[in-house]
Every structure is written in structure tokens, then in C-alpha cells.
Design a protein around this ligand. Sequence first.
Ligand code: GLU
Length: 326
Amino acid sequence: MRKFLLLITVLVFCMAAFAGSLPQTAQAKTIFVTIGTGGITGVYYPTGGAIAKIVNQKRKIYGIRATVESTGGSVFNVNAVMAGDLEFGVVQSDRQYQAWNGLAEWKDKGPQKDLRAVFTIHPESITLVAAEDANIRTIQDLRGKRVNIGNPGSGQRQNSIDALENAGIDWKTDIKAEGVKAAEAPGLLQDGRIDAFFYTVGHPNGNIKEATSGKRKVRIVPITGVDKLLAKFPYYARAIVPVKFYPGATNKEDVETFGVKATFVTSIKVPDKVVYAITKEVFDNFEAFKKLHPAYSVLTKKNMLEGMSAPIHPGAMKYYKEAGLM
Ligand code: GLU
């Protein structure tokens, strides 16, 4: 018996040593891809995590190892994917449109011709959060207040500016605009260093929970009177922030605002087989994927193919055709 045990132990050690020498060959075959997301308390970060989790489950089949990076948001993600620093990015639908067409932040750089769409994900609303003691009940009340409109790499910065301009408010002169990352805004609000902040984000999320759970009472402020804005920019649609997600907020009713969609993008330079694998795994495991975040409750396979402006990546298209989705 002893000898037998000894033999087994030696065998196990040999196998472990052999396996230890394997990674060189295994790693050479592994394709590492990184997904750019947003602040860790938003929905992009767990979204990148959900996609990575689904595809990494099939690592042995595809040899793909996906990881997630917390970033400054949509604009940063588009630029990093175009520069080849990231393979994938979660990006607002309006920003995908602007990057593809060379508008807004891409006005000087021109159309981002290598940008490709993969699919769209959850709805995001332009969420205006304000301290109760700052007496902000409408967007008009932001005049003279200290407001975080978002960091330059974020998606929300342009949305905040659009919402303010639509209300006749000049963000450079009529408010004291701050440009910090969304993840820092709830802390600043609670500390009394800002009066309000904008965040374009899916619901529920940790950021607004944090903002509405502190000592300072906080309200989600409706953004109404947006007819002209919706007519001018086709990528905006009416949206609601359900208050049930934020019991700490002083709101009694759901909050009217406008919104966009989160989308998943890549570059034409990313190989078809990689984009195919990720698309296939997300759609083939659709029900499991949907359970990974409450903001996905409204997703259908059909609406995940709506709201893309850039051409669909050929790897994704191959799957959609195979699956009869296109
Ligand atoms: N929509 C935000 C942006 O584009 C990010 C939202 C999130 O992280 O969930 O910057």
C-alpha cells in the first residue's frame, strides 16, 4: 500500500512538473483581448465582466482570454480601440454615431473608419442627481450651481452639455462646471463640494446608490422639455429612471429624462474569429448573459441588433447570418 501511495505521489509530481512546462506552448496560442469599460460603480464595468466571463468559459475551445479595464468611458474607449490599445469597448450609441461620422470629439480627427459595431446592450439614461439642500427641482435651477458634467473621456460630458444647451444654459458661464470622473461624483456631492452631477448610465448602478445613500439628502431631477433635442439628434430617445432602485433618493415617482443605449464596439483590425467567438458566446448563452446584471432585463436578441451606426464587424455578421438573426 505504502509503495503504491509513493508511486501515486511521484506520478502526481511528474504530471505537475510536466504541466508547469506547458504554459509556453499554451500561452503562445492564447489570444488576449481587453475590453474598455467605465468607472467601477457604473454598468459598463460589470458589462465588460459579463462578456469576458461568458467567453472565458470556452477558453479551451477558442484560446481567448478576455480581461476588463476600468476607463474614463465612451470617448476614451473609442480612441483606445482605434489606437489598438484595447480590442473592444463599451460605448454609448450616440458616441458610436459621432465617432463613425467624425462629429463632436471627432470633429478634428474626422470619421473613425476602422470602428465596427458588434451589438448593443442596455439602455442608459441621462441622470441628473442633485442635493436636496441645493434646491434643484428642474434643470433650470442649475444656474449658478457647481455641477459635474463629466470628464472629457466620458460619454456623459456631451450629453450634459446638450441637456444644458437645450435648457438655454451655457455650461461655460451659467454654471460652475466640474469635469471629474463619474465614480468620484457621489463622494463630492455628499461632501458638499458639488451641488449636482450628470451621469449617463444604466439602472440600477452602484454610483447612484452611493450618491443617494449618504447623510446629505439627494434627489434625481427630471430633464423635461426635450422635444427639440430629440428632433435634432436622432440617437436620443425618451427614458425613465425607476426610483424603486434608489430607496434613499427623495423622489416619490419615476423620473422623466432622455437616454441612449450602451453598445459594444471593436476595430476592423480585430480578427473575425475573435469577434465571432464573443458574439456567438453572448448570443448562444443569452439567458445566462441576461441574468448577469439587472439592467439587462429589457434585452432581447432583436433589440441587441438595434442602435448601431458603424458597420457590423464581419466576425459578428458571420454569427448573425448563421443564427438567422440577419
Ligand atoms: N455612459 C458612460 C460613459 O460613456 C459610462 C456608464 C457606465 O460606466 O455604466 O462614459
